[in-house]
Design a binder for this molecule. Structure first.
Ligand code: ADP
Length: 493
């Protein structure tokens, strides 16, 4: 059953129940009011009759005056010998109306209202015992037929049923129409979803809802957001695969070319072997970096969290990159505070090493690279500043994306430039440490990369004196079989 039909059904069932309750209330109320009116008419008739009745010396009831009575009410006066001594309507002596209207209460000592069936017709009867000087002298019974009221009530029931039926029918039809109108946007959502599936086109969107705040509006907005996210993920995925293909093609071409050359030469060539070896090393690095990135992005990067003296780590890296800087680039240590953070020392060193190496790589001879470390109450701030090439404003939001490389660096690819994964890995490692990383840069003025990490708290285990393997630059992680996730680093402005 469709949602529209279901809603309409519930709606009409509820309306039907309300109408039934309402009908019962009206019926009950009208019955009570009617009965009250009948009872007071009977009271009036009895009072009128008693007004002209007297008891004579013999103790018999006599009527002192003829009065005209309400013709719809019949009143009888019976004496104690069960003789009818007065009746307000002339009726056939054989008529049941010449008998007590309700014989069962003739002896009653109190005035009572009863229902009786006389000649197949239901009557309302008032019985009043008559007394004179404390002696019972007779009984008065007034009665009126309820057939008019019964007919009225039957009509009332009939009309209530008829009107309720019409109301339910109209409500049902209106429910179907309004349901169709209200749920029409849902049909559009379904159609669009089907079109997207058929056409495999995630760039489509459902037209903006008229009211974005109602349920359907919110559904459409949520659906469009999901589509936008999926679209972005698939685009990223496609670009990712294309990038990997591109990265793999160059070294493989070099390897094949050199192997071809050696086959044609018919001997092993030392230079070709060296070239092949270089490319294979580069390929392994790419694969390893990709796997680290995949693990880091999915938050599954194995990490040995301990207290890390960030200041000594920075100095360690500083000494390590001296070789890279050579004579031409000046390496400086700025302010350096003693800072303890909680994290994986090797991963953090990988990040710092990457930032320092990049700063050196993208700084022209004569430039300066400065590393500094400070802290506030909650976090440590490590900054690597250079006076190098800088990053164009348009590129800044993308530097932490995987495979992102500025044009200048692409042209330097031959002399050992990376794959454009270093900052991406750094970004995710810092994120895995609950920190953040940002960059400020101006072309030809230089860049500053800043990492913020939370300070170590008392729950962080102490550093062990484990022997640590010094990673040689560029740093690679251990290979794993974790799948590559879709997520991309968020842009940092
Ligand atoms: P790569 O291996 O290409 O250096 P990264 O992910 O480390 O990859 O860096 C991505 C890109 O960001 C680089 O190609 C470069 O264009 C830019 N970049 C990174 N660090 C700097 C820097 N200190 N100065 C200028 N550009 C930088």
């Amino acid at each position: 059953m469709s949602l529209r039909a279901r809603l309409t059904l519930y709606y009409t069932i509820v309306l039907g129940a309300v109408l039934v309750l309402f009908g019962l209330a009206v019926y009950g109320l009208i019955s009570v009011v009617q009965l009250r009116q009948v009872d007071s008419a009977l009271e009036r008739a009895a009072r009128d009759l008693l007004f002209v009745a007297r008891v004579d010396d013999q103790g018999d009831i006599i009527f002192i005056q003829r009065v005209s009575f309400d013709s719809s009410v019949i009143s009888q006066v019976w004496n104690t010998e069960a003789q009818l001594i007065g009746v307000t309507q002339t009726v056939d002596p054989q008529s049941p109306l010449m008998q007590p209207l309700d014989a069962s209460v003739m002896e009653s000592e109190e005035r009572v209202f009863t229902d009786a069936l006389i000649g197949g017709i239901s009557y309302r009867v008032l019985t009043v015992p008559l007394h004179s000087n404390g002696m019972r002298v007779g009984v008065l019974q007034s009665g009126t037929s309820l057939s008019i009221f019964d007919a009225l009530r039957t009509d009332l029931v009939r009309y209530l049923i008829l009107l309720s039926g019409i109301a339910i029918l109209i409500a049902g039809m209106l429910g179907l129409v309004t349901g169709r109108r209200a749920l029409a946007p849902l049909a559009t959502v379904t159609d669009t979803a089907l079109q997207i599936t058929r056409a495999d086109d995630l760039s489509r969107r459902i037209p903006e809802p008229s009211d974005p705040e109602d349920e359907v509006g919110r559904l459409i907005t949520a659906f469009n957001d999901t589509l936008a996210r999926l679209d972005k993920l698939f685009t990223t995925q496609r670009r990712f695969v294309a990038d990997i293909g591109h990265e793999l093609r160059t070294p493989l071409t070099v390897v094949r070319g050199n192997l071809d050359l050696m086959r044609r030469m018919g001997r092993m060539d030392e230079e070709s072997m060296h070239s092949i070896e270089q490319e294979v090393v580069r390929l392994s690095r790419l694969v390893e970096d990709l796997l680290v990135l995949a693990q880091a992005e999915s938050g599954k990067l194995p990490m040995d969290r301990r207290r890390v003296e960030l200041d000594s780590l920075l100095l360690e890296v500083f000494n390590q990159v001296r070789v890279l800087a050579g004579e031409n680039i000046k390496l400086e240590i700025g302010k350096i505070d003693q800072v303890l953070v909680c994290g994986d020392r090797d991963r953090l060193r990988q990040v710092v090493l990457n930032l320092m190496a990049n700063a050196i790589k993208y700084t022209k001879p004569g430039g300066v690279v400065t590393a500094s470390l400070s802290k506030d109450e909650q976090s440590a701030k490590l900054a690597v500043k250079d006076t190098g090439l800088g990053i164009p404003a348009a590129d800044l939001p993308h530097v932490f994306e995987r495979f992102y490389r500025g044009d200048k660096s692409r042209s330097r690819a031959k002399d050992g430039a990376g794959f454009g994964l270093g900052l991406s890995i750094a970004y995710w490692i810092v994120r895995n440490h609950k920190g953040d990383i940002e960059v400020k840069s101006r072309p030809n003025r230089g860049s500053t990369f800043t990492i913020r990490l939370p300070l170590a708290d008392e729950n962080c285990p102490d550093t062990t004196s484990d022997l640590r393997l010094e990673p040689s630059f560029p740093v690679s992680s251990a290979a794993t079989t974790a799948p590559l996730p879709d997520a991309q680093p968020e842009h940092i402005d």
